[in-house]
Ligand binder design. Structure first.
Ligand code: HEM
Length: 173
């Protein structure tokens, strides 16, 4: 079987970027923030600012990788879907995932950035980290459904092609 290396590399990039972004957000929400809140206020704020400064670079890189690999992946997958398959559900899932992904990108950038416009959001970090964590998990769950549904579409098309092939091969009397 031929291996399409472009697909493999895009998949690696997408998964690594997703792990960096989702893992970082969930670690921050579930481990780091509660631990930092046990420190006195000045130490907690200093720790939060240092973590945000470092994590913001990872967030920017992950956003770039997810957008580039995700869009190329989507175009390639879309082209490879069987022409007669019902793609509406797959496209709806992609639309929802894309929108939720953009919200995650915005929240992660605002939480790790230094813009005064989002100071209130950072001050309310517990709530917004919780929201961002929930959304990033939702994006991962939707990605799983997309994958399984797409495999189903392709498997059904392949089975239909096998059923039609012997009939087409039968000599006409
Ligand atoms: C929070 C951001 C995101 C996360 C955590 C995420 C996560 C994932 C994961 C875990 C997969 C499954 C990978 C696999 O089966 O190999 C996936 C697949 C995919 N993602 Fe993303 N993703 C994100 C953003 C995006 C964006 C912005 C796009 C589009 C521009 C995108 C497009 C896709 C596509 C097309 C697939 C393939 C789905 C399929 O197998 O049918 N993703 N994503």
């Amino acid at each position: 079987m031929e291996l399409d290396w472009l697909v493999v590399v895009l998949r690696w990039l997408h998964v690594i970027a997703a792990v960096l972004l989702a893992g970082g957000i969930l670690f921050w929400c579930c481990v780091l923030r509660p631990a930092a809140s046990e420190l006195d206020e000045a130490a907690g704020t200093a720790l939060r600012q240092r973590v945000a400064a470092r994590f913001s670079k990872i967030v920017m890189l992950a956003i770039l990788l997810l957008l580039v690999s995700g869009l190329i992946n989507f175009i390639r997958i879309n082209r490879s879907l069987p022409a007669d398959a019902n793609k509406m559900f797959y496209h709806s899932l992609f639309g929802i995932k894309f929108l939720l992904g953009l919200v995650v990108f915005f929240l992660a950038s605002a939480l790790t950035g230094r813009s005064p416009a989002f100071e209130k959001l950072r001050a309310n970090g517990k709530t917004w980290l919780g929201v961002t964590s929930t959304l990033v998990v939702a994006v991962i769950l939707i990605s799983g459904v997309m994958r399984v549904y797409r495999d189903g579409l392709c498997a059904r098309a392949a089975a239909a092609a096998v059923q039609q092939a012997p009939a087409a091969a039968e000599p006409a009397n």
